[in-house]
Design a protein around this ligand. Structure first.
Ligand SMILES: Cc1cc2nc3c(=O)[nH]c(=O)nc-3n(C[C@H](O)[C@H](O)[C@H](O)COP(=O)(O)O)c2cc1C
Length: 314
């Protein structure tokens, strides 16, 4: 399905820099939008709702009508006691794109639609996608196997074909998308937009430790551990960071051996600050660079991929 006019505005590359806990802030969002790609951040990256509102003001005042739209991520779950306050701020600021995670709730969708905002919802399987479609979301983010953060375990082709059979809204594909060629392949597979997380941690603007960024350059897919031991939900983590925290990667993968890192460190935020998440796309990351340079490179790779494909004879 075509993208809404509000998200097409200023868009010169068909992708979203995904919201990342503790990593995405206004610097990353502003640089991304100014490069022609949609920039996003999780509202919870600010400690308070007031701080969240300040970031929105900062981002809106830096962006011009020529820049791409921006978005925020709201965690829709009863553990997020800030949801209603953050939603009201989102409505007051008329945030162009809202990405909801965990719960797909009609009231939240209606609140965003009330001012003309667009709602995309994260899913890892068709069952969640059907529920989100019933709640009236405009788009679905298909989080396939190998993605950074809370990833699913289904192949992207399996997800996209199954979900497109019943959902006619915008399709956003996610999981180990690291190059412009990967973005072109996502569109070829049927997505309207690609969704890139891990690749954007290795940028100057990302709020990640220098050692975390270096680890992304030094590792490849074999160095990613998929485990629910850190936060109770399956997610992908850099194996060297598990080891650095005294955790045994083999034990982390064992369903009978619960580490409960979040409990040990008193909070999930501390766990994510210490144990670093990344997707299997790390094998395609060779440098840390400013977002403007990264997006310029992605655009070049995208154009080359399409040109190569159009000259194929079989
Ligand atoms: C460090 C890290 C933190 C993340 N935090 C969030 C988050 O707070 N909310 C969210 O919806 N997704 C979060 N994600 C998932 C991303 O939004 C996105 O789905 C994922 O990074 C895409 O896969 P990729 O990393 O392989 O590109 C996070 C991912 C990473 C790597």
């Amino acid at each position: 399905m075509p993208l809404s006019a509000s998200l097409k505005k200023g868009l010169s590359f068909p992708a979203i820099a995904a919201p990342m806990f503790l990593v995405s802030g206004p610097e990353l969002v502003i640089s991304t939008c100014k490069s022609g790609m949609i920039g996003t951040f999780p509202a919870l990256n600010q400690r308070t709702s007031e701080g969240y509102a300040q970031w929105l003001t900062e981002i809106k005042s830096a962006l011009t009508p020529d820049d791409a739209a921006f978005g925020v991520n709201l965690i829709v779950h009863n553990t997020n006691t800030r949801l209603m306050a953050d939603l009201q701020i989102t409505v007051d600021h008329k945030v162009p794109l809202v990405i909801t995670s965990l719960g797909a709730v009609k009231d939240v969708v209606d609140a965003v639609h009330s001012y003309g905002g667009v709602v995309f919802h994260d899913v890892i399987n068709a069952r969640h996608a059907k529920k989100a479609a019933e709640a009236g979301v405009d788009g679905l983010i298909l989080v396939a196997a190998g993605a950074g953060g809370h990833a699913g375990n289904q192949h992207p082709f399996a997800l996209i074909n199954e979900i497109k059979s019943f959902f006619s809204g915008t399709i956003i594909l996610s999981g180990a998308i690291s190059t412009g060629r990967d973005v072109a392949a996502s569109l070829m597979a049927g997505a309207d937009l690609a969704y890139m997380g891990t690749r954007f941690i290795a940028t100057t603007e990302a709020r990640a430790d220098a050692a975390y960024k270096d680890m992304l350059v030094d590792t490849s897919a074999k160095d990613i551990t998929y485990t629910d031991a850190i936060s109770g939900i399956n997610a992908n983590f850099l194996t060297p960071s598990l080891i650095a925290n005294g955790l045994d990667p083999a034990a982390a993968k064992d369903p009978h051996h619960t580490i409960d890192m979040a409990h040990e460190l008193n909070s999930e935020a501390k766990a994510w600050k210490t144990v670093w998440s990344a997707g299997q796309g790390v094998g395609s990351i060779f440098d840390i660079l400013p977002v403007a340079e990264l997006v310029a490179r992605l655009k070049g790779e995208f154009t080359t991929a399409i040109a190569d494909f159009s000259t194929r004879t079989i």
